[in-house]
Write a protein that binds this ligand. Sequence first.
Ligand code: ATP
Ligand code: ZN
Length: 676
Amino acid sequence: MVTVAVVVDTPQHSTVRGALSYDAQVPLPAGSLVQVPLGRRTVCGIVWPQGPQPEPGVELKPVGEVLTQLPPLPAAWCALVEFAAGYYQRSVGEVAHAALPADLRKLADKQLALRLKKLAKLQPAGGTAPALPTLTAEQDAALAGLTGDAAQVALLHGSTGSGKTEVYLRAVARALDAGRQAMVLVPEINLTPQLEARFSERFPDRVIVSLHSGLTPAQRLRHWLAAHLGRADIVLGTRMAVFASLPRLGLVVVDEEHDPSYKSQEGARYSARDLAVYRGKLEGATVLLGSATPSLESWHQAERGRYLKLAMPTRVGGGVLPRVRFVDMNHVPKDVAHSHALSPPLLDALQRRVAQGEQSLVLLNRRGYAPVLQCLECAWKSGCPHCSAWRVFHRVDRTLRCHHCGYTERVPSACPECGNPDIQPVGRGTERLEEQLAVSLPGARVARIDADTTRLKGTLEAQLASVHAGEVDVLVGTQMVAKGHDFRRVTLVAAVNPDAALFSSDFRAGERLFALLMQAAGRAGRDAGQAERSVMLVQTWHPTHPLYAALRAHDYDAFAADTLKEREMAGLPPHAHLALLRAEARTQEAAQAWLAAASSTADEIGASAAGVTLYPPVPMSVARVANIERAQMLVESGSRPALQRFLSQWLPQLHALRGEHKALVRWAVDIDPLAI
Ligand SMILES: Nc1ncnc2c1ncn2[C@@H]1O[C@H](COP(=O)(O)OP(=O)(O)OP(=O)(O)O)[C@@H](O)[C@H]1O
Ligand SMILES: [Zn+2]
């Protein structure tokens, strides 16, 4: 008999943090999947490279079935999981098992053999590769910078339309030629179909698979196995793909690396971008981060020389970025400014585009018809009974919907409080804007793209195709339409109401707004023939705000320099490191009481001597969701290792502390939180 270490799926709050010990007949290679007894159940486990010494005299249970058909998970994969679990303060078992396809953990050896046989059917798309475009000088220089040296991290700072995708394609080609596999991450599942099309066109004789949450369990297993067995040359996917097992990984591309959706908002709240960088080091793979508006974290690393900075400031084919102009809402007649989303200069610009047969994109980052309904007689507003938030009026199906808990009701025909039939929408969302545009621009073909119009599979593709085909004059949408799309006919981009983020309590709101507006501007003038005429119009009450000055100049560098200086003075990331402790309870007092107790525990173990500062507990900005009160507490340190050491001492104590607080529903810690 030999002792093997096995990790099983354990919830965060279980006392099991690492591997368990079992008896096996023969030594089992690390990374093998096995069935093991756990309590009264039999569960899937992964043989782990290292585990605790079993206590002498304790009788170990035997390992059950071993999935011999599956090549063991690579050591580097186990190391990545181990790192992620440690860094994000979760159990190894939880992270490891969440990273595997659910179906894999359910299969017996025989069924697995069948699935593996079927993999032979995965074939390259076939056909002939198109002629390659001649690289621009900037693309050439960027590719020359990618030396292929082990563990190089490069930040490709390329303007919108500078041809970053072509650089990714060439870098992938090189990795494949060297016999390696490549992984390409995109922020949104919506962007995977067009990317898949680009890649299969370019690499007709390679096997390409995708990994994202839109796959069926069977597809996910098939694609995962293809990557794991090395049959797939290219893996395209969203953040979950960063955990794919790839035996010959040579390159990881993270497109739009600044995008918040790389950060998971549940479970181990990992950043796929940060894990990609770590993974590159582990596996000697090149990591290529690309963006027109890099995250300040990555920019800071590049400035310090930790990442190689590659710049592509120029648009392909002589295109220029659109001129940015501001409509000062203070000078628009008051009744117009307050009651209309569309100022006269914006309407005028739209009318001219429609007359000239050019497309316009109107951006409003708010879904629905109106964010709130209001009674004109009494004080009633369409609040959500379960959340501290308004319910949004959706006109299409005449519902009031809570965007936090999902609670939906038919719109009442009269005020539920006083019976007055006159209840009015206040403010506007994309639905109302679409309606208003259709009225203001008679004859124009107005379309809308947001999360509501794209619920059904295939609708987004169809809608985008009609935009590309020129069947739409004015496209209204949320951030969904602002990024990634290569619209060729758009000459006007308008941001209707972007000011709110300027005064947010979240220190990253400005960075997010700047990125969104730069990306949106980047949708205009992509065709060199029209570039000269292209304009971005921003309606604002604060036209002199420095963020807008940087936007006007398309000057990311200036924005980054200013913002980094502010962050340094305020002791904020990337100059400091944060963790957020969140508590949810039946009452706000209970949530905060638990955080206060957690804070006392931190004092006892010497947080401040360790260079770690804890801020007072505060309610979250939406304090109540689905009848649960939420509060948070910020933990900050100038040193990442100090913060990590402190957290690994502190969190086990919090697991213990939980028992004393009956009203606490759940708690979680978010390392490097994005939204505060
Ligand atoms: N070397 C080249 N020669 C000719 N056309 C090119 C070249 N490189 C890229 N293109 C074309 O230029 C357009 C813009 O490229 P791409 O969409 O990759 O830009 P991008 O940098 O990814 O922009 P964004 O950040 O806005 O997504 C595309 O239509 C692409 O096919
Ligand atoms: Zn609600």
